[in-house]
Design a protein around this ligand. Structure first.
Ligand code: FAD
Ligand code: A2P
Length: 275
């Protein structure tokens, strides 16, 4: 590209504008969790399940960006994100206060492995999440392609407390009545929300419910997962991802990725302290 020239002949500096988007709506689910919608850059094409870098300018005007899974499906005109509020977190201590009309920075370069393309064809798709790890699945369960590719989709989401399940629960309930995708979802999407530190109808860690066979019994499904029939996507803390991966590998499933689609894919929901 030719740089524009000033009349003196000296090259003008090219101004790099940050990619700003406008916040449309914000919803607080708990003291530590919120979701928001913002405008979508015209240029942004993404595959459901991918993440982007977003954030705010710091005190010096420099962008302070963090990875965020896009929680809305690829067909949506706007973008949705589901976020933690880390009390002293450089970004989220401020991001949690955004209001409709505010500007955020969003780099429109989506990436990630929790995409349908990174899995071989199969019958059942398992989405295994803890905490904000449900965000990429919030996108994928709203994408018609998910239901075109799989006969059944099982979303297992585990949090410590009941209130932390609200975003996912609300999403699944609304999906059943959605004019665009409700019919497709009916009978195909199975939702298995559990808590570990507060009583609720379904309890226990994803790992324990898989290994004990409780989830298969509760949903009336054949277990365990098999290489021929099942595909899985994992998104939680590093410890969660490692433990689930070991269980799936024990059942003969192999970790794949964009360059080599196999039976399951893994992504960290966040990078923990000291890791
Ligand atoms: P940071 O300095 O980034 O984090 C401080 C500490 O808070 C971390 O060390 C960790 O212990 C804890 N923490 C950070 N994020 C989380 C979390 N999500 N859940 C539990 N504990 C956490 N975060 C989201 O809220 N929603 C998303 O959709 C999301 N997608 C991500 C996708 C990828 C691929 C990765 C790597 C991270 C993702 N994160 C997501 C985490 C996000 O990038 C930031 O870490 C988070 O927004 C906190 O930013 P911060 O600057 O306030 O604190
Ligand atoms: P638990 O309450 O038994 O630790 P966290 O907030 O620590 O990230 O945990 C979110 C949820 O994930 C909690 O319900 C927690 O269960 C569960 N969890 C944490 N680590 C693992 C793991 N290694 N395997 C399975 N579940 C986990």
């Amino acid at each position: 590209m030719t740089q524009p020239k000033a009349q003196t002949g000296a090259p003008l500096p090219i101004k790099t504008q940050p990619d700003t988007q406008t916040v449309i709506a914000v919803r607080h689910w708990t003291d530590t969790l919120f979701s928001f919608r913002c405008s979508r850059p015209r240029s942004l094409r993404f595959r459901s399940g991918e993440f982007v870098m977003l954030g705010l300018a710091d005190e010096t005007g420099k962008p302070l960006l963090r990875a965020y899974s896009i929680a809305s499906p690829a067909w949506d005109d706007a973008l949705e994100f589901y976020s933690i509020k880390v009390p002293d977190g450089p970004l989220t201590s401020r991001l949690q206060h955004i209001q409709p009309g505010d500007q955020i920075i969003l780099r429109p370069k989506p990436v990630g492995t929790l995409v349908l393309d990174a899995l071989l064809p199969g019958k059942r798709l398992w989405m295994l999440a803890t905490g904000t790890g449900i965000a990429p699945f919030a996108s994928l369960i709203r994408d018609p392609e998910t239901y075109e590719k799989f006969d059944s989709v099982i979303l297992m989401h585990t949090c410590r407390q009941v209130a932390e399940l609200a975003y996912g629960r609300d999403l699944v309930e609304n999906l059943q009545n959605d004019p665009l995708i409700g019919e497709m979802v009916a009978g195909k999407l199975r939702y298995y929300p559990t808590t570990t530190r507060e009583d609720s109808p379904l309890m226990g860690r994803v790992t324990d419910n898989l290994v004990s066979g409780k989830v298969f019994a509760d949903l009336g499904l054949d277990g365990p997962l098999t290489r021929e029939r099942d595909r899985a996507m994992i998104c939680g803390s590093l410890a969660f991802n490692i433990d689930v991966k070991a269980i799936l590998e024990g059942w003969g499933l192999r970790e794949g990725g964009n360059s080599e689609p196999l039976e399951f894919v893994v992504e960290k929901a966040f990078v923990g302290e000291g890791i």
